[in-house]
Design a protein around this ligand. Structure first.
Ligand code: UDX
Length: 437
């Protein structure tokens, strides 16, 4: 497994749990040292135990020697980062190609080289060409096996997936059957729970990942716009979500309105799909619009807070509950909190923020003057207004009367709809949420 980041670590630990011997190659010395000492550099429920168990069982090892890991391996996964390239918004494939080249130099026998990182359509074939150029003597296959892990639920998603997609080069003699056989063996425990495993061509698997994430991002954006409309016409967005979601063709999930989607996948993958489609001469206007709506939404959410405070937040203290892009993660990438807090600070507000695990990674990304609090009530203490940005469970149980007592003002803007409007209003709070009259 080349790369001990989020995807490499979760996939590596889970494959080891399936009974496979896994060597994770991590070249960042700090990260490697942490992993070797059993410290998991990311927050993912259950991962530390899974790693520890499999290290103890001798199935999972960490190192920086790619040659040692590659030699004798039947499957070699590339799970390195593919950040968005500055300037043109394309995925930066530098690390993928560097990994492929190193793998090629070290391989000593047949293996299937699998891209697990989310890569643009055509990358698998490029990886294949690159390896062939470096090692014309070698027999190998390439495959694409995109991950569909949700942060905070990654182990469950890996162990009990809705589906696994494996793309191989069907244009090669043998159609990549040898590669399929190895990957089928690797995923054997999933056959027992009857998880669908789809075998496709390389490009199909690569595009499927973008299609899945973009569809979900579009679904979230759709319900966000319905929520806005609900507010104008006096309708209730959760009843609509339930009303439409019970139709199996639509489905109930990903219809929760909020301050716009964030995270390491949706923003990056929607943008990448826009570029892939434009480059292929088949633009996807639905996704272009989704990206655009979501970007403006984040700014508009700050304006909503300003409006709730009577048109100005200058000189006001605003408490912020939740900073991460969603609960159960410390990930701040593309979190709505970033543009929202910057806009509120620029409008003259003092900010008091609390997040159960995200405050350390948040610090460099948020306005410098932000004060970090010890708990939710501390963030609310003395605040003129309180804003909910992430739906951490521990916020749900906060008592409205306690909030009322500790706050100076009475404005609550709940952008995740975690509280009951009637209960809040009954305690004299001026409560507004998303898509609820
Ligand atoms: C996502 C995909 O779900 C996963 O399959 C993929 O492999 C990686 O990207 P993740 O980024 O961890 O996972 O988060 P997810 O739970 O999908 O949420 C993404 C964003 O959408 C979050 O900001 C979340 O708050 C938002 N969201 C999600 C909503 O606003 N409403 C919803 O109903 C669902």
């Amino acid at each position: 497994m080349i790369g001990g980041g989020y995807v490499g670590l979760v996939s590596g630990a889970c494959f080891a749990e399936f009974g496979t011997d896994v060597a994770i190659v991590e070249t960042d010395p700090g990260r490697l040292a942490a992993l070797r000492e059993g410290r998991i550099p990311i927050y993912e429920p259950g991962l530390d135990k899974l790693v520890a168990d499999n290290v103890a069982a001798g199935r999972l090892t960490f190192g920086d020697d790619i040659e040692k890991a590659v030699q004798g391996a039947e499957a070699i996964f590339i799970a390195v980062g593919t950040p968005t390239r500055r300037g043109d918004g394309h995925a930066d494939l530098r690390y993928v190609y560097a990994a492929a080249e190193q793998i090629a130099k070290c391989m000593n026998d047949y293996a299937v080289v699998v891209t697990k990182s989310t890569v643009p359509v055509g990358t698998g074939r490029q990886v294949s060409d690159l390896i062939r150029r470096v090692r014309p003597d070698l027999d190998f296959d390439v495959a694409s096996n995109p991950e569909f892990l949700r942060e905070g639920n990654a182990i469950g998603d890996f162990m009990r997936p809705d589906r696994v997609i494996i793309g191989t080069d069907t244009t090669r003699p043998g159609g990549g059957e040898r590669a399929r056989e190895i990957l089928r063996r690797l995923y054997r425990p999933l056959y027992l729970i009857e998880a669908p495993i789809l075998f496709t061509g390389l490009e199909t698997a690569e595009l499927a990942k973008y299609a899945a994430n973009s569809f979900l991002a579009m679904k979230v954006t759709f319900i966000n716009e319905i929520a806005d409309l609900c507010e104008k016409v006096g309708a209730e967005v959760h009843d609509i979500a339930r009303g439409i979601g019970l139709d199996n063709r639509i489905g109930r999930k990903f219809l929760h309105p909020g301050p716009g989607f964030g995270g390491s996948c949706f923003p990056k993958d929607t943008l990448a799909l826009v570029h892939i489609a434009q480059d292929a001469g088949s633009p996807m206007r639905l996704i272009e619009t989704t990206v655009d709506i979501n970007d403006t939404r984040k700014t508009r959410m700050a304006d909503r807070v300003i409006a709730a405070c009577g048109g100005s937040v200058s000189g006001l203290t605003i408490g912020i509950l939740g900073l991460t892009f969603k609960p159960e993660t410390d990930d701040m990438r593309e979190a709505s909190s970033i543009p929202i807090l910057h806009r509120l600070a620029a409008a003259g507000a003092s900010l008091r923020a609390f997040d159960p695990v995200g405050m350390v990674p948040a610090r460099p990304l948020l306005p410098e003057a932000t004060q970090y609090c010890t708990d939710p009530l501390d963030a609310a203490a003395g605040a003129d207004a309180l804003v909910v940005l992430t739906e951490w469970n521990e916020f749900r149980a906060l008592s409205p009367s306690r909030l009322r007592d500790v706050m100076k003002g009475d404005v609550i803007v709940d952008l995740r709809n975690i509280w009951d409007p009637q209960a809040m209003r009954a305690h004299g709070l001026r409560y507004s949420s998303v898509g609820r009259p």
